[in-house]
Design a protein around this ligand. Structure first.
Ligand code: ATP
Length: 269
């Protein structure tokens, strides 16, 4: 199956509030996608306010693009279909037409729906000249034709949301179909603090565990890097407990997370 996930809105389990920082991105997605899907009547008058058919999220790996797509589906009360560009082109390239037709007719049945295309550059990347596989080219053309062919009734309720780390690889024709492009940036220190607070909210941490200094010391870390760091930190007391048990000692309960010495965790970045 070429679709990696189909999830009804109530079952995604991620809301905008679960995502740290990225406030501007959430606001933009609310205006561009949540409102048109939830209040279509406000966007059907006149010509100026039209729901957009496509949005592109671009930015470095691990900054929360997939998370934003899922939360958007929850917020918009929409079904969520996820496909991965590279899987589509490598596994299914023989059947471009059948496949895209199936995808879009499936999406119409599930509307309102967010169709999330991760690694959209592999599916809809720039034309590779003579070296490009004929099948890849056909897949891209079929996809764009099916997308253009969405009836206007459907286009209000079917949103193609692409994500990429390589926006410059996208074909111009694709860029035009993704008129709204939103940059999902690496977090600065204040935003790293917000993200760390989300990850550590339910952890038992020692009182001198200074989240602010951890945020300050993690320049260049993405949300995903910060999560890996927190997982490694949370594992350390468990490891200590297991080590003590091996020596025949017993802890009453798992010890709290201690202040982090970043040097201990540098390999997790
Ligand atoms: P890629 O470009 O590599 O596909 P991505 O931008 O889609 O990455 P995600 O897969 O959404 O990134 O993020 C990876 C994980 O990092 C998420 O599952 C989440 O746990 C965590 N994460 C990233 N950014 C945030 C954030 N701002 N708030 C909370 N968690 C975050």
């Amino acid at each position: 199956n070429f679709i990696s996930a189909v999830v009804p809105p109530g079952e995604i389990g991620i809301k905008f509030d679960d995502i740290g920082a990225l406030e501007d991105v959430k606001t933009a997605l609310h205006e561009l996608a949540v409102l048109p899907m939830k209040r279509p009547e406000l966007f059907s008058r006149g010509n100026l306010l039209r729901p957009c058919k496509g949005i592109l999220l671009f930015g470095p790996p691990g900054t929360g693009k997939t998370l934003l797509a899922k939360a958007l589906a929850t917020e918009a009360g929409a079904n969520f279909i996820s496909i991965t560009g590279s899987t589509l082109t490598s596994k299914w390239f023989g059947d471009a037409e059948k496949l895209t037709k199936a995808l879009f007719s499936f999406a119409s049945k599930l509307a309102p729906v967010i169709v999330f295309v991760d690694e959209v550059d592999s599916l809809l990347g720039a034309r590779g000249g003579g070296s490009e596989h004929e099948a890849t080219r056909r897949m891209r053309n079929e996809f764009m034709a099916a997308w253009d062919g969405l009836r206007s009734k459907d286009s209000q309720r079917i949103l193609i949301l692409g994500a990429t780390n390589r926006p410059f690889d996208l074909d111009d024709a694709v860029i035009r179909r993704l008129p709204r492009r939103i940059y999902v940036d690496l977090p600065d220190a204040d935003n790293r603090l917000k993200i760390l607070k989300i990850f550590l909210a339910k952890e038992n941490i020692e009182s001198d565990f200074d989240i602010r200094s951890l945020a300050n010391a993690t320049e260049g870390y993405s949300g995903s890097d910060l999560k890996n760091l927190c997982i490694a930190a949370a594992y350390r007391p468990v490891q200590e407990l297991l080590d003590e048990e091996k020596k025949g000692n017993k802890y009453d309960k798992t010890p709290a997370l201690r202040p982090l010495n970043l040097d201990d965790f540098i390999q997790s970045k």
